[in-house]
Design a binder for this molecule. Structure first.
Ligand code: ZN
Length: 200
């Protein structure tokens, strides 16, 4: 074997430089990963947080803020109103009390016709139901086709249209729109009221 001699030194130096370069490339890669991983970690943490938050957001919300009164028998779904059957449940509360969307959904109808007063109808694909709020204090600001989130403010308790005493007349109708078969809203309302009464 030939002695390395002085001429061999550049080769050694080049080799060492190459090793160093390789090593530094590895370090750089590790540093890059380290720089990247907090981002990945943060992203996964954020995703977890978002899924927790999504679970924490209630899917179904009681439609009237504060204390309410269920009224008398004629406030009930199915009550005979001399000429027609009551197709919703009346929920009594002072005028101006905020009304909130029961579920995520889409506004399918709004209006201010004679009997219903100011009203808004929201369709929930998930529940396959349309929730209709009647006699609201002001005309709905929501537009047909607009998406709503459970708990979103939809208006205020009032007594517009054919109405005696400030209340929300709530209708729950099967399918999309205001002409589907009405079902009794009271079981749902009572369930939501009971849940609301529990301490957070
Ligand atoms: Zn009513």
């Amino acid at each position: 074997m030939r002695p390395l001699g002085l001429r061999g030194l550049p080769v050694v130096a080049a080799t060492m430089a190459a090793v160093a370069a390789g090593a530094s490339a590895e370090v750089a890669a590790a540093e890059h990963l380290a720089a990247l991983s907090p981002t990945l970690e943060a992203a996964s943490r954020l995703a977890t947080l978002e899924s927790v938050r999504a679970r924490a957001r209630p899917a179904v919300v009681f439609p009237v803020r504060g204390r309410v009164d269920w009224g008398e028998h004629d406030a009930r779904f199915g009550a005979w109103r001399g000429g027609h059957v009551h197709e919703g449940q009346d929920v009594f509360a002072p005028a101006g009390r905020p009304l909130r969307a029961i579920r995520d959904g889409r506004v399918v109808e709004t209006g201010d016709d004679g009997g219903r007063g100011n009203y808004v109808a929201m369709w929930s694909r998930e529940a396959r139901r349309t929730f209709v709020y009647l006699h609201m204090l002001h005309p709905s600001r929501a537009r047909v086709g607009e998406r709503v989130r459970a708990g979103q403010r939809m208006g205020a308790v009032g007594c517009t249209g054919s109405c005696w005493g400030d209340h929300l007349h709530l209708e729950v109708r099967v399918g999309r729109g205001t002409t589907g078969r009405p079902v009794d809203p009271l079981p749902l309302l009572r369930r939501l009221a009971a849940r609301r009464a529990r301490p957070e």
